[in-house]
Design a binder for this molecule. Structure first.
Ligand SMILES: Nc1nc2c(c(=O)[nH]1)N[C@H]1C(S)=C(S)[C@@H](COP(=O)(O)OP(=O)(O)OC[C@H]3O[C@@H](n4cnc5c(N)ncnc54)[C@H](O)[C@@H]3O)O[C@H]1N2
Ligand code: MOO
Length: 414
């Protein structure tokens, strides 16, 4: 009997009626459950904390604003006018002396308001009369007590919880943490990921040629995974040969190994065999979703230091791989990294969204004023629709009528 790969007939685990495809929602739950508790907390400088999840609530280390602050350029005034202006002025960053009743001092936006001041009079509302040298307000009654003063503690008091644990550290969170006095943050360690791209037909540069195609998934997945809190270590191509794949699965020290391709029953689809040979345990072996149904999740034997290791097998067809990413990889990585799950987004369907007879369908859509609009070029091997999309509609079996509500998984702008 020939040993050519074309003669392989084994399809371990697949198409087996005793082992049906997992329901789409359940697949995401299984991915989260397989993560176990989030990875341990570590301390990081602000810039390094970007993309991690907070391991503890972010509590204010100060009142904000930390002192009564001028909201405008003008004069700090004490009591009703007219006022006698004091020499000099108060700039942001200075600590002014107290202001006596009936006097005023020039003040800049952001400067601490002197003790005794009752209001800030904007530059455009004050005038110094040449004859008397006194400052008066226009119109009268402008400098009511508290006007244009941001009172100490207006935004928060020391120890207030500003953000809960599990919040993803974004640029906006870094800004708030710095304002609240932080130099370092307690965050969860990010899961390390090794990305293995399978397929001898793949090219790394230039146009497709001689029956070969470009690797679209390496460039697509690396930033997508980082965006979901992964620390992407190694990204490499594995030849269509069982031995190097087995070695890669055995030797990887990453928390999560992500493979692309080789999930199905083709002549060189060695992933199932390699998992079996490595002693991996299949947790999900195909999901009732289109595209992407051959996706899989497995527990690899632990690392030498005892750390659990998981594997997500993404199908090779590019849109199917994206379906596997949002179904299994993203929930797994976010749970490992300690990120709180986002609330599901529901919106109207701007047009009928065609469904699969039995399985969930993930359909690239663009969110418009009238709801989620399906995009052309949504085949499993296509990326053209996805590149224009800002969401993936989760279309239940049978489809969604125009105007009906549908869940949408948002796609980041990055
Ligand atoms: N007899 C059956 N054949 C197939 C079935 C099935 O149920 N029965 N399922 C189909 C479905 S659905 C999918 S999805 C694919 C999954 O295949 P694999 O995960 O084994 O992936 P490959 O065979 O390696 O590749 C499939 C396709 O994708 C292209 N590819 C792979 N990697 C990349 C990449 N990094 N960048 C761009 N394109 C990639 C590859 O060249 C193939 O064209 O199986 C179906 N077959
Ligand atoms: O998963 Mo295949 O259709 O799901 O390309």
């Amino acid at each position: 009997m020939s040993t050519s790969p074309m003669n392989r007939t084994t399809t371990p685990g697949r198409g087996d009626p005793a082992c049906p495809a997992v329901d789409w929602e359940r697949a995401g739950e299984l991915a989260r459950e397989s993560a176990g508790p989030p990875l341990p907390a570590v301390t990081r400088g602000l810039a390094e904390a970007l993309g991690h999840a907070l391991a503890a609530p972010l509590r204010a280390l100060t009142d904000l604003p930390p002192f009564d602050t001028s909201a405008m350029d003008g004069w700090a005034v004490a009591g009703p006018g007219p006022w006698r202006p004091r020499a000099g002025g108060v700039l942001a960053g200075e600590e002014p002396g107290p202001l006596g009743a009936g006097t005023a001092v020039r003040i800049a936006t952001g400067a601490p308001v002197p003790a005794g001041a009752s209001a800030v009079l904007r530059r455009e509302h004050g005038e110094i009369e040449e004859s008397t040298g006194l400052l008066s307000e226009h119109p009268a009654g402008t400098a009511v007590p508290g006007r244009d003063i941001r009172p100490r503690g207006q935004e928060c008091r020391t120890d207030d919880v500003l953000l809960p644990a599990g919040t993803t550290v974004t640029a906006r969170v870094l800004g708030l943490a710095a304002a609240a006095g932080y130099d370092r943050l307690a965050v969860h360690r990010r899961p390390t990921v090794e990305l293995l791209v399978l397929g001898d037909e793949l090219l790394d540069s230039g146009p497709p040629r001689n029956g070969r195609v470009r690797d679209a998934l390496g460039p697509l997945l690396a930033p997508w995974l980082r965006d979901n809190g992964a620390e992407l270590g190694c990204r490499r191509r594995i030849p269509d040969d069982p031995a190097p794949l087995r070695a890669a699965l055995r030797d990887s020290t990453a928390d999560v190994v992500l493979t692309t391709g080789s999930t199905a029953a083709g002549p060189v689809d060695f992933l199932h065999d390699a998992l079996a040979a490595t002693g991996a345990r299949l947790l999900v072996d195909s999901v009732a979703v289109r595209p992407g149904h051959p996706m899989l999740l497995a527990a690899l034997p632990p690392a030498s230091d005892g750390r659990p290791r998981l594997l997500v097998g993404l199908p090779g067809n590019p849109l199917a791989a994206v379906a596997g990413t949002v179904t299994l990889a993203v929930p797994l990585l976010r749970r490992l990294g300690g990120h709180t799950d986002a609330e599901p987004l529901r919106t109207a369907a701007a047009a009928a969204l065609p469904g699969h007879p039995r399985d969930t369908r993930l359909l690239p859509v663009r969110r418009t004023d009238r709801g989620a609009r399906p995009l052309p070029f949504d085949g499993p091997a296509m990326l053209r629709g996805l590149a224009c999309a800002d969401g993936l509609a989760v279309v239940p079996p049978g489809g969604v009528d125009a105007g009906a509500t549908v869940e949408v998984l948002p796609l980041s702008a990055g």
